[in-house]
Design a protein. Structure first.
Length: 565
């Protein structure tokens, strides 16, 4: 069961920290208050500085010391105060970091202060003197020390960077939600190790009845739609590192167990039923599969049409529904499946190796020309050659850097926009617009031409914005299907990357070599659903369209958090 702490007066929090078991302190820079929250109950246990309520007004970062000591930051200065009986007393002169911009993260291990500024720099400070600067990347929100490691929270890129105390990047973990703004390591009174807690602050919306139950003159209810609403909550965060050798690793992080139901209904129309009666056919559906970040606990066939789980001609698991002996004499015939799936966040740390070192079977299958990717078109070949020409010599032998260069090129050239018109990759590039499938096809064509083996992946994402108010047992439906890309890195294997652009450059690296728990991965069939002739893998072709015969319905229910073994 998920226990989200929703702090009262917690909509304007700049940072969180802890200095006592089962306690989180949250700082409100607008009011200047520092409040305590009990992690076991979620209750606010009062203000620390109730006599000097505006002491921390404008503070962007803080860390708690022993005996009521608080270090906090405004601009590039670190202040130290002691709080006793609600009154704050300055304990020393502020420390000014001349080379730093606004400090947005601060923590301490007792011997050293660690700060981070808006320019994305980690600052190591000993005895009030800056001793080392490490470039981390922009978007830092907060930081904490946890079990001898620095955890640096980057809300924009949706990850936690895990550093050693001397400033060496060890790994990164994907966050489960948008809007991460604070992180704290909190001891427990139960004897367990300290837990990591993250504060999220998300834009939301609400609908209000601003008059009453009476209808207005127009006959419409008196409703007001407000978008200036925020959803603030604190959740525990867990991660697990997996060593892949040679300095590479992957990090699994908190996710959820979901019940995924996919169903198709035969259209209850006379002309559809008549057509199906005379058309011997089988319907085939791709299904959720196991992967590094996803585990299928159960898969159950649903509906009233005979079906069997099997592998297609390429070894992909599917369900085949036999409609040849079915009398279509009911108002509704349904077929589909229900799967219980555990999903996690994942993020790789990879050094990068030469794509030419791929195994032969990978090269033959995932570097080959396919017409859907326009790899034989001179226009696309010219673009790929230009991308490679702009890379330094050493980057041309690095699958990760090539893949990132291709993605950055596509992101510069395309805007995410739906169009009813079908376009191949070259036409998509000319138009400059596309949805996930068009981004994916263009990237695969270019990456293969640049020598990086890659493949399409899909099929759905949990719509996060529908889960804002409550996650457990929430039932929602995806807005549409989804596709993304995996590319092959010889030392590690298949790496995921979101192919669609967010349209916000600062966010574009958040799902490169990484994915959130919301991605639901199905078997890698050519089509998510298809119609074939019985006893063969031969399709009926364009004359028989799946969407003309069946109506889909998809339902996702969040069952609970997934535990990391």
């Amino acid at each position: 069961m998920i226990i989200a702490i929703r702090p009262i007066f917690g909509k304007n929090v700049s940072a969180i920290d802890s200095n006592a078991p089962d306690t989180i302190c949250v700082m409100d820079p607008e009011l200047g208050g520092l409040s305590k929250i009990d992690t076991r109950t979620g209750c606010v246990n009062g203000l620390v500085n109730f006599e000097d309520f505006d002491q921390f007004r404008g503070a962007m970062a803080f860390t708690m010391g022993p005996g009521g000591t608080v270090h906090y930051c405004r601009s590039n200065r670190i202040y130290t105060v002691g709080i006793k009986d609600g009154t704050a007393t300055r304990l020393s002169e502020p420390i000014t970091i001349d080379t730093a911009q606004t400090i947005v993260g601060l923590c301490s291990d007792g011997a050293c202060h660690y700060a981070a500024d808006v320019a994305g720099r980690l600052l190591l400070i000993e005895n009030g003197v800056l001793t080392r600067t490490v470039q981390v990347g922009k978007g830092i929100s907060d930081m904490t020390v946890h079990e001898g490691r620095l955890l640096i929270l980057c809300g924009i890129t949706r990850c936690v960077h895990i550093y050693s105390l001397d400033g060496i990047l060890l790994a990164s973990a994907t966050l489960p939600h948008e809007g991460a703004a604070g992180i704290a390591s909190v001891k427990t009174s139960s004897g367990e190790g300290p837990g990591i807690y993250i504060y999220y602050h998300q834009h939301s919306w609400e609908v209000f009845d601003d008059v009453g139950s009476e209808l207005g003159a127009s006959g419409n209810a008196n409703l007001e739609f407000r978008e200036d609403v925020f959803d603030a909550f604190i959740e525990r965060f867990d991660y697990k590192l997996v060593d892949l050798g040679r300095g590479n690793n992957l990090c699994l992080s908190k996710g959820y167990e979901v019940e995924f139901t996919y169903a198709e209904m035969v259209k209850p129309l006379r002309h559809v039923l008549d057509r199906l009666q005379g058309l011997p056919m089988c319907a085939r559906l791709s299904v959720p599969v196991d992967s590094q970040r996803q585990r299928v606990k159960s898969l159950e066939i649903v509906g009233d049409i005979p079906a069997v789980i099997l592998d297609d001609e390429h070894g992909n698991t599917i369900i085949e529904y036999d409609l040849t002996a079915i009398k279509l004499d009911r108002a509704c015939r349904m077929f589909g499946y229900q799967a219980i799936v555990q999903t996690y966040g994942i993020r790789y740390k990879v050094n990068g190796s030469d794509p030419a070192d791929c195994p032969d079977e990978i090269r033959q299958k995932f570097l080959k020309e396919e017409s859907r990717y326009d790899m034989d078109r001179p226009e696309l070949q010219e673009v790929a050659a230009g991308i490679m020409a702009e890379l330094p010599d050493d980057a041309r032998r690095d699958a990760v850097r090539i893949a990132k260069a291709v993605r950055e090129y596509v992101y510069r050239r395309l805007d995410y926009r739906y169009s009813h018109r079908y376009t191949n990759p070259v036409e998509t590039l000319r138009l400059g617009i596309g949805t996930c499938g068009k981004y994916m096809e263009l990237m695969i064509g270019l990456m293969r031409l640049c020598g990086v083996a890659c493949r399409p992946v899909g099929d759905f994402k949990v719509p996060e914005y529908k889960l804002r108010y409550e996650r457990v047992n929430t039932v929602c439906t995806p807005d549409h299907d989804h596709a993304w890309v995996e590319f092959y890195e010889p030392e590690v294997g298949w790496l995921p990357m979101e192919s669609s652009s967010d349209g916000v450059p600062e966010k574009q690296d958040r799902f490169f070599g990484a994915l959130s728990w919301i991605y639901l991965e199905n078997s890698r069939t050519a089509r998510m659903c298809d119609i074939c002739k019985p006893g063969s893998w031969e399709s009926y072709g364009d004359g028989v369209k799946y969407s003309d015969l069946f109506v889909p319905e998809i339902q996702i229910r969040i069952l609970g958090e997934t535990a990391l073994d």
